[in-house]
Ligand binder design. Structure first.
Ligand SMILES: Cc1ncc(C[n+]2csc(CCOP(=O)(O)OP(=O)(O)O)c2C)c(N)n1
Ligand SMILES: [Mg+2]
Length: 442
């Protein structure tokens, strides 16, 4: 796991980088265990030994039988929190909204994502796009509102429903569409497709197909930025990592391991839970404990929690921005549930029999694009004509992206083994023995 690997490597990295602070790393002797910590600054505000002795104390208590279900759940008692922290007071008041001009930019981006997705669905039905295809229709406000609240060089990592997030992050729709079409001009040379939108120039570290797999990666990214800032350059951690996950990921072990490390290591990680109510055909309450009180998931790891309306981009931004700023300032993780809905099926082959037409219509009546457009009509000078013009511009941009993708060459076979893994031991040439396995003179 990326985060754990980072922890293990920390003292060695410092040595390699020649950072004098290595000497200040501490060795703890507790309860018969000896372990070495990273630089004390890296453990800001917590004492590792209390974690271990607290755990050992609880363990001994359990053995003696004096820890019961009753006193384990008694929240009125203050105990030394594992990881040294409990969730702290929610950050201050809501953020101010940006200018009307910026809000128009958000509307344009949300329209772009929706049009992009509709064209993807058409192309998929016409068999021009193959493989998996999970569209983001209905969830546009989440990507646009959260990305507007962070800096352009803050790392972003997502699950497989990632076209919208990549576009919100600034990926060129041409490269995104060419990836969908499996063409050489795609962001991953057409080798990843729908689930693997990756754009290092925009600090977008991919869509990921294994449910929850991006969360340890997100923790690792947050660890890397923090380590670089605080240890290698002796500065302040000034980046946050945005890590998106679906409600289905809540039940993945790796997500909980990563949350534990994030809480324990004060990682500047923002987990954005896109709660669209379904994990494939399973409604959240059928597959997830405490689905009515998801703050419990974050509290368990001492992580700050908030739940926001994911269909109202203004409300979302106003709540989310102070949390993101707080995460950056305090270098502490936050967990934000964005309540949203996907209008289409899980993927292209889903007839949506697990939910009613009435439910869908009810959710769509609070459409995120309509809500923002209405606000701009009421509070700024957006006219119906202006809205139509915006829609026309976006349609033409997506038409251009499709034409560009189609004109891009098919990815040649010679690309089959390139960029798959870093060639640490020399280029893999198919039938020859990799360099690492060769004897001298081979
Ligand atoms: C580890 C793992 N288990 C199962 C799957 C199959 N699978 C693909 S998507 C999905 C549902 C995930 O739902 P959610 O996290 O809510 O995301 P959403 O599709 O709603 O965006 C499942 C179970 C997988 N890709 N990876
Ligand atoms: Mg879901």
């Amino acid at each position: 796991m990326a985060g754990a690997a980072g922890l293990w490597y920390a003292p060695r990295l410092k040595k390699r980088a020649g950072v004098a602070q290595l000497d200040r790393a501490s060795v703890y002797e507790t309860e018969g265990y000896r372990f070495e910590s990273c630089h004390p600054r890296f453990h800001r505000g917590r004492r590792s030994e209390s974690t271990l002795s607290g755990m050992m104390g609880a363990f001994r208590g359990l053995l003696r039988g004096n820890v019961t279900a009753a006193n384990m759940t008694d929240t009125t008692k203050t105990t030394t929190p594992v990881g040294g922290r409990q969730p702290q007071a929610a950050p201050g008041p809501k953020a101010a909204l940006p200018s009307g001009h910026d809000l128009l930019g958000w509307l344009r981006r949300m329209l772009l994502i929706r049009e992009f997705e509709i064209r993807c669905m058409q192309a998929y039905q016409n068999r021009l796009i193959g493989g998996f295809c999970h569209v983001y229709v209905g969830q546009e406000a989440v990507a646009v509102g959260t990305i507007a609240a962070v800096q352009p060089d803050d790392p972003v990592v997502a699950a497989y429903r990632c076209h919208g997030i990549a576009l919100a992050r600034g990926m060129d729709p041409r490269h995104c569409m060419a990836e969908m079409y499996g063409r050489e001009g795609g962001c991953a040379k057409g080798k990843g497709g729908s689930m693997h939108m990756f754009d290092a120039d925009h600090f977008m570290y991919g869509g990921h197909g294994i449910v929850g797999a991006q969360v340890p990666l997100g923790a690792g990214l947050a660890f890397a930025t923090k380590y670089e800032d605080e240890v290698l350059t002796a500065g302040q951690s000034d980046k946050v990592t945005l890590c998106y996950l679906g409600d289905g990921a809540l039940n993945q072990g790796a997500v909980h391991e990563a949350m534990n490390l994030a809480g324990l290591m004060d990682l500047p990680l923002i987990l954005v839970l896109e709660n669209n109510r379904y994990s494939m055909g399973t409604a959240i309450h059928r597959g997830t404990t405490m689905s009515h009180a998801l703050q419990t998931k974050a509290e368990a790891y001492g992580i700050e929690f908030a739940s926001v309306d994911g269909k109202n981009v203004l409300e979302l931004y106003q709540c989310f921005k102070p949390l993101a700023d707080w995460c950056r300032e305090h270098s502490r993780p936050v967990f934000v549930e964005a309540r949203t809905y996907r209008y289409k099926g899980h993927s292209m082959s889903d007839p949506r029999k697990y939910r009613s037409k009435e439910e869908e219509a009810g959710e769509q009546s609070q459409d995120c694009i309509d809500q923002l457009a209405n606000y701009l009509r009421e509070h700024h000078d957006l006219t119906d004509d202006g809205f139509r013009q915006l829609t026309r511009q976006v349609k033409s941009q997506v038409r251009d992206a499709v034409a560009w993708a189609k004109a891009s060459p098919e990815t040649p076979l010679s690309e089959l083994y390139t960029d798959v893994y870093t060639d640490v031991w020399g280029k893999w040439t198919g039938t020859s023995r990799p360099q690492m396995l060769r004897e001298d003179g081979d």
